[in-house]
Design a protein. Structure first.
Length: 51
């Protein structure tokens, strides 16, 4: 998900067609999901290090 999702979101935000661009709520929602996913990965890596 990580980088590909961020890349796709940025591409949509830069779309030439305004109707294809996400609104602020959608951007905020996608970024929140992205951040949650990153934090989950960091926690999983931390758990592996402590084993």
């Amino acid at each position: 998900m990580k980088h590909n999702t961020a890349y796709k979101l940025i591409e949509r935000m830069l779309s030439e067609r305004p109707e294809d661009r996400p609104d602020a709520r959608e951007i905020a929602s996608e970024l929140a999901k992205y951040c949650t996913s990153i934090k989950e990965d960091q926690n999983a890596l931390q758990e592996l290090k402590t084993v």
